[in-house]
Design a protein around this ligand. Structure first.
Ligand SMILES: Cc1ncc(COP(=O)(O)O)c(C=O)c1O
Length: 396
């Protein structure tokens, strides 16, 4: 086994995804881990029960199934430990509760996932934690925003819906000067295209609902911490009892095996469509970090190894009063794209983005913003569907 572990450290990403996170000979050679449904775990005697001197103690504290996924995420993220929670949103809120206390101040990127903002503005506020939102393009300028009680800096790159890139190394360096923990929602890139802990982040967050699960049928989150921040995260996880179900953990691990090949396809198709959209007169602007025309593209190029399958474009509409009408005409004409939340599954999805909650970010004004999740369908069919949308916009 040791030989294999060493080999996997230097192997290619698809080799690693095929083998990490599970030791078949721990379970009679079966290549997948068993799905262990657990609340009670028995102890052989009173002394072991008293000291908890065995690997598993209770269903909320991990099972061989959840451990297999945690080990896979640690291998991908380079983290000291990973917790599993029941949704991507919980993967953000649990670390916030782990590292923040009443009287603390947190800096949250303004292009953050909407429900994260809602949690900050409601529950964190009620708990006496003050939050300020900062411009995703702030870079080292974040230095000006720290207060004596700032304890946490939350990043998300690219930003939700508008895809601004953040200078993660510069922000992390400034945050550490002020003794803050740096968290990052790394769902868009997955650890295949960006490894936050290698760029100064302390805690990497994933909605594994998206590309890791990959089939639009699972909701789950993971949080992976470096050695300095692992113990506190694990304690909070135990205190809150917000654990993930073994069936879902099994499905996410199953999804990870094919995530590399799926992501290659999502990346390629999304880029082809993004480039094609750039040349269309119906489109004012394409918001995709891997396009050289995108304002923070240089940061993406410097730090990221790839781009995934979700991006937005701004529909060119002269009259702001017609933004909604034209956006709805586009969406209602689509047949291959479904109208639905989430992303990272096998199928294409579209929605009109609502940017009303932004406080400091400059948002596009040339027209309504449409977000596309490009699935695994054939690009020609996806383009034909978008053409139908454009035809409906012209008629609306
Ligand atoms: C960037 C980002 N983070 C977190 C989440 C939350 O994931 P979940 O749907 O599993 O709660 C989402 C969901 O869309 C997301 O887009």
């Amino acid at each position: 086994m040791k030989d294999k572990d060493t080999l996997l450290q230097t192997a290619g990403i698809n080799t690693r995804l095929s083998h990490i996170g599970n030791s078949p000979f721990d379970f009679h050679g079966f290549v997948n881990p068993p799905v262990v449904h657990a609340s009670t775990v028995l102890f052989p005697n009173a002394r072991v029960m008293e000291t908890h001197d065995q690997k598993y103690t209770y269903g909320t504290r991990g099972t061989p199934t959840t451990d297999a996924l945690c080990e896979a995420m640690d291998a991908l993220e380079g983290s000291a430990g990973t917790i599993i929670v029941p949704s991507g949103l919980a993967a953000v809120t649990v670390p916030f509760l782990a590292y923040l206390s009443a009287g603390d101040h947190a800096l949250i990127v303004d292009s953050v996932y909407g429900p994260t903002r809602f949690f900050c503005d409601t529950m964190l506020k009620r708990l006496g934690i003050e939050v300020d939102y900062y411009d995703p393009l702030v870079g080292a300028g974040i230095e000006q925003l720290f207060k004596p009680n700032t304890r946490l800096v939350h990043t998300e790159a690219p930003g939700s819906n508008t895809f601004e890139m953040q200078d993660i190394p510069a922000i992390s360096a400034a945050a550490h000067q002020h003794g803050c923990v740096v968290t990052m929602d790394n769902t868009w890139a997955t650890p295949l295209y960006f490894k936050p802990l290698d760029h100064g982040v302390d805690v990497s967050i994933h909605a594994v609902t998206k590309y890791p699960a990959g089939h639009s049928d699972i909701v789950m989150g993971t949080v992976s911490a470096n050695a300095a921040h692992w113990e506190r995260l694990l304690d909070a996880h135990g205190q809150l009892g917000i654990c993930g179900a073994p069936d879902d953990a099994y499905q996410v691990l199953r999804g990870l095996r094919t995530m590399g090949v799926r992501l290659d396809r999502h990346q390629e198709s999304a880029l082809e469509i993004a480039r094609w959209l750039e040349g269309r007169e119906e489109v004012a602007r394409v918001l995709h970090p891997a396009l050289p025309s995108f304002p923070s593209h240089e940061i993406w190029k410097r730090d990221f190894k790839g781009s995934s399958g979700i991006f937005s474009f701004v529909l060119a509409v002269d009259n702001p009063e017609k933004f909604k009408l034209k956006a709805h005409a586009f969406l209602d004409a689509l047949r291959i794209f479904g109208l639905g939340y989430s992303w990272g599954g096998f199928e294409s999805l579209a929605l009109q983005v609502n940017l009303n909650d932004r406080r400091v970010t400059k948002v596009p004004t040339e027209g309504p913003v449409i977000r596309l999740q490009i699935g695994l369908e054939d690009v020609a069919d996806i383009k034909a569907d978008i053409e139908k949308g454009f035809a409906a916009v012209r008629e609306a």
